[in-house]
Design a protein around this ligand. Structure first.
Ligand SMILES: Nc1nc2c(ncn2[C@@H]2O[C@H](COP(=O)(O)OP(=O)(O)O)[C@@H](O)[C@H]2O)c(=O)[nH]1
Ligand SMILES: [Mg+2]
Ligand SMILES: [Zn+2]
Length: 276
């Protein structure tokens, strides 16, 4: 039988599939092969003896949280308090793209914006929609639920953006601590907690939010470039163009004429040239 590991507590692996949940042990073999089963792993298992037989190839794996086979990342981004940061948003998008995780953009705290600020923010949202990302507000629960269907999702985003609040709203069985103060206090216990994949609206969701920001140490510049997906719509004469110092660059041209959002290009240049 095949299934997905949804929980690991010491040597007990909870494997889930359409037939239900199975508490399995792992064989010593994995330890010898230096393969450590992760939450998120798809496995073949013996449902009678309740042993994991084989870990199927991973699509990806993360270290924060320690999971594999994540399909999509829901990036919760506040439009205010903390103020909207295009830099952080683009950074998280690049990180997800690098891991073959599809970004979903979820903007929170619209209630804190004036009418004028709302319009400005909506223009930015429209841009991300135009280039192909699903964009939702944290109040659009039905839309969010339908996006979770059939996928394994990790929530990510800045501390205070509203991740825990949103997860609590999506699943009333959850009671994650919310608010900046509890967040800070909760951080200590966080490290010892078990990660678990929860069933949610036909999909699976990590019960703990993931990374809130990462740096690009050891990431190839080409990888950063390719993570700005809309640049590919503007092929440059020089095929390996980095869109930085090259002449006749179509990307730079389209930043100037407004087809590419200038903050996207500015962030790209910043990510290519991290401060030393
Ligand atoms: N005004 C407003 N506050 C929100 C919204 N969503 C979350 N918050 C508040 O923002 C604070 C941080 O939320 P929390 O869920 O803990 O953020 P997390 O750090 O991303 O998990 C809490 O005080 C929430 O009540 C929203 O849509 N509007
Ligand atoms: Mg939280
Ligand atoms: Zn170029």
């Amino acid at each position: 039988m095949q299934g997905q590991i949804v929980k690991i507590v010491s040597n007990l692996y909870t494997v889930s599939n359409e037939q239900g949940r199975f508490s399995c042990h792992s064989r010593g073999k994995f330890r010898n092969d230096k393969i450590t089963p992760l939450v998120g792993d798809y496995v073949k298992f013996d449902e009678k003896e309740c042993y994991i037989l084989e870990i199927l190839p991973r699509k990806n794996s993360l270290v924060r949280p320690f999971v594999s086979n994540v399909d999509q990342g829901l990036i919760v981004t506040s439009v205010k308090h903390p103020d909207f940061s295009s830099n952080l948003l683009d950074k998280l998008i690049v990180t997800l793209e690098q891991h073959q995780i599809e970004p979903i953009l979820c903007f929170s705290k619209w209630d804190l914006l004036s009418e004028e600020e709302t319009k400005e923010m909506e223009t930015i949202c429209d841009y991300y929609k135009k280039i192909g990302y699903p964009v939702v507000k944290n109040t659009e629960l039905e839309k969010i639920k339908s996006l979770l269907n059939g996928k394994t999702t990790v929530f990510t985003g800045q501390t205070g953006a509203g991740k825990s609040s949103l997860m609590n709203k999506l699943d009333s069985n959850l009671s994650l601590e919310t608010g900046e103060i509890s967040e800070a206090l909760g951080r200590g216990k966080h490290t010892t907690r078990h990660v678990e994949l929860m069933e949610m609206y036909g999909g699976k969701v990590l019960d703990t939010p993931g990374f809130s920001s990462l740096d690009f140490q050891g990431v190839e510049k080409e990888e950063i470039r390719d993570a700005f997906i809309e640049f590919q719509n503007y092929p440059c004469p020089f095929r390996d163009c980095m869109h930085q110092f090259e002449r006749e660059c179509e990307v730079k041209k389209n930043v100037e004429n407004g087809n590419i959002l200038s903050s996207r290009y500015e962030n790209y240049i910043k990510f290519l040239n991290p401060k030393r």
